[in-house]
Design a protein around this ligand. Structure first.
Ligand SMILES: NC(=O)C1=CN([C@@H]2O[C@H](COP(=O)(O)OP(=O)(O)OC[C@H]3O[C@@H](n4cnc5c(N)ncnc54)[C@H](O)[C@@H]3O)[C@@H](O)[C@H]2O)C=CC1
Ligand SMILES: NCC(=O)COP(=O)(O)O
Length: 352
């Protein structure tokens, strides 16, 4: 339940949640993602930058010259500068930019294996490298539009939301699309009061649990231009969005909106909220990828385990060329580590 209303504290440094300094390092798994994309080359780059994680994939897909060592379990130690690899053999090689349908099932298996390790307690969180949804659908009949929905299924059908969070702009931006991977023409029907309410509740709970924000301020975007202009440009805002937000405010949620989406992402506007719940994918993702493509992190809210991911995709156009930027996956590792710390702190507080 949200806390009662009161003066809005503006969190000083809320880019990532705080992590107590004296813990055992969280055991993070990085899944290989689509081997024909940039995933396999990001892992050694992140390791060279000092990140501590276990890579789950086929070592034959790593760039030649990668210094790696096989481990038996997530978190097993390896020498400094060495990539810890939990081996998962694939049937085929990685051909940059050309996904092999024969590898599709193994890409999916790697995600499921990482989740099983997290759910068994053998790992503290997972960081997923990008997948190509079409390649998985064509190669293995993957029935999910992305990790988000697949992870929710693996976790037992829990309700989830996709958040993208900046790490290198101030004020920060966190966005949650209330509808995700569907055609734009399907959005007005899919954006129901129940869907928007679920996204708001998951966002509020996620900011508390994973970002250690005790009284989250959430801005809600309208669906239509100018948030409907009082009904002149669409009626969703007046007919049901505003009444829904009023009802949730009465429960204690700190909400603003429905707001015109075109004017809610500039810096002074961002300073007024901790996360923006948006009507559809591009309304949410265009601002964050424009403001912080290098530092953006994709977080799945609502899962029983921590999952983050870079904000970018498989980047087939540059795969294998040695020019991929690892900043976003490094930010994803750091955010996952901080989220593990935030959850551990909350558990400790609850038991003391
Ligand atoms: N979490 C995931 O698994 C995600 C998967 N995807 C998938 O990725 C595939 C490709 O999607 P696109 O829309 O083309 O987006 P993309 O992010 O793969 O590429 C967009 C542009 O950004 C560049 N780029 C991306 N990441 C980069 C990096 N780390 N360093 C340097 N340049 C980088 C690419 O070269 C390309 O020019 C699609 O199949 C999509 O579904 C997209 C986003 C997330
Ligand atoms: N556009 C964001 C995206 O595709 C990420 O999807 P997911 O694989 O994390 O569900």
């Amino acid at each position: 339940m949200p806390s009662s209303a009161g003066p809005d504290p503006v969190p000083a440094a809320n880019l990532v949640p705080p992590r107590p300094p004296d813990r055992t390092p969280p055991r993070l798994i990085m899944t290989c993602g689509e081997p024909a994309g940039i995933g396999p080359e990001l892992a050694p780059l992140a390791r060279a930058a000092g990140e501590d994680f276990t890579w789950l994939g086929d070592p034959a897909h790593l760039p030649s010259g990668t210094n790696w060592a096989e481990v038996a379990a997530p978190g097993d130690r390896v020498p400094p500068g060495t990539l810890a690899v939990l081996r998962h053999d694939f049937p085929g090689p990685a051909l940059p930019g050309r996904p092999d349908p024969a590898n599709a099932a193994a890409v999916i298996d790697v995600i499921a294996r990482a989740v099983a390790l997290a759910q068994s307690g053998a790992a503290d969180g997972i960081v997923t490298a990008p997948i190509n949804k079409l390649a998985l659908k064509q190669g293995a009949g993957f029935a999910f539009p992305g990790h988000t929905e697949y992870l929710a299924e693996l976790a037992g059908g829990v309700p989830v939301a996709m958040m993208l969070a900046s790490t290198s702009v101030e004020p920060p931006l966190r966005v949650v699309p209330a509808t995700i991977h569907i055609a734009l023409s399907e959005v007005p029907a899919a954006l129901t009061p129940d869907a928007l309410e679920a996204a708001i509740r998951l966002t509020d709970a996620g900011l508390r649990r994973d970002f250690a924000l005790p009284r989250p301020r959430i801005a809600v975007a309208g669906l239509n231009p100018h948030a409907g202009e009082g009904g002149a440009m669409g009626r969703a805002e007046v007919d049901w969005m505003a009444p829904l937000l009023d009802r949730l405010r009465a429960e204690g949620f700190d909400l603003t909106g429905p707001l015109p989406a075109d004017t809610m992402f500039h810096a002074p506007a961002r300073a007024r909220y901790d996360a923006a719940v948006c009507a559809y994918h591009d309304q949410a993702l265009i601002p964050i990828k424009t403001l912080d493509f290098a530092g953006g992190v994709n977080v799945t809210l609502g899962l029983p385990f921590v999952r983050t991911s870079p904000d970018h995709g498989t980047a087939f156009d540059i795969a294998g060329q040695g020019c991929a930027d690892a900043a976003s996956i490094i930010a994803a590792l750091r955010m996952a580590r901080a989220m593990v710390g935030a959850r551990a702190s909350a558990r400790e507080s609850a038991t003391t």
